[in-house]
Design a protein around this ligand. Structure first.
Ligand code: NAG
Ligand code: NAG
Ligand code: NAG
Length: 180
């Protein structure tokens, strides 16, 4: 699990296979559609108990401010996308795993997982030696959740809000998205 691409582990054939043929821009575009405000609100807030939170590690919280900080260092854009991918797929998995199959948000998070799985194919080309040490270390931390790692309670919607905001920062330019 600690090298390169770790599968998101909620693979399902249909969408997975079709989506795997698409590139990074198409896949993130599909993610953007799935993460639109109304859906995040409904599936990640209204369908959960009031103030519900999931436990995540500190490194699993990736906000625009983290990106600004890392960009100011010498971290490449490719490495930042690699980091965003690992943080976000892990966040979606955290939410997915607390849901029983009959929960109204189950299918939604399953579909997000499939998109991340497909995107993972793109990132399977990367090795940790290809990205800056600071990013490689963060990704390693994400998968080495031990008893000693500090955790934090975060609302499911907040995780996806960050996922979307950071995705826009990282893909908006290269994928030529027009923001409305
Ligand atoms: C939810 O959190 C808000 C503040 O974040 C608090 O004011 C409110 O009482 C909480 N509601 C419940 C039901 O715990
Ligand atoms: C983002 O910044 C917060 C502090 O603001 C920190 O706790 C967290 O680990 C950072 N996330 C990453 C992935 O670097
Ligand atoms: C960026 O780096 C410079 C020099 O290392 C520092 O002075 C500045 O505060 C940094 N800006 C941000 C937003 O971190």
């Amino acid at each position: 699990m600690q090298q390169g691409y770790a599968p998101v582990l909620c693979v399902l054939a249909v969408l997975g296979l079709e989506a795997a043929a698409l590139g990074e821009c198409e896949l993130t575009r599909l993610l953007q559609d799935k993460l639109q405000y109304e859906m995040r609100l409904q599936y990640m807030k209204h369908y959960f108990p009031i103030n519900y939170t999931v436990q995540v590690q500190y490194e699993e919280v990736l906000r625009p401010s983290n990106i600004t900080r890392l960009r100011n260092g010498t971290v490449s854009e490719a490495a930042l996308r690699y980091l965003w991918f690992h943080v976000s797929s892990q966040a979606v998995l955290r939410i997915h795993e607390v849901l029983p199959e009959k929960h109204p948000s189950w299918k939604y998070t399953q579909e997000l997982c499939q998109l991340f799985d497909a995107l993972g194919e793109e990132y399977s080309k990367y090795r940790q030696t290809d990205v800056e040490t600071v990013v490689a270390d963060l990704v390693k931390l994400i998968y080495s959740a031990g008893a000693e790692s500090r955790s934090k309670a975060v609302r499911p919607k907040a995780l996806l809000d960050n996922c979307l905001k950071v995705m826009r920062m990282l893909y908006g330019g290269p994928c030529r998205w027009e923001f409305t």
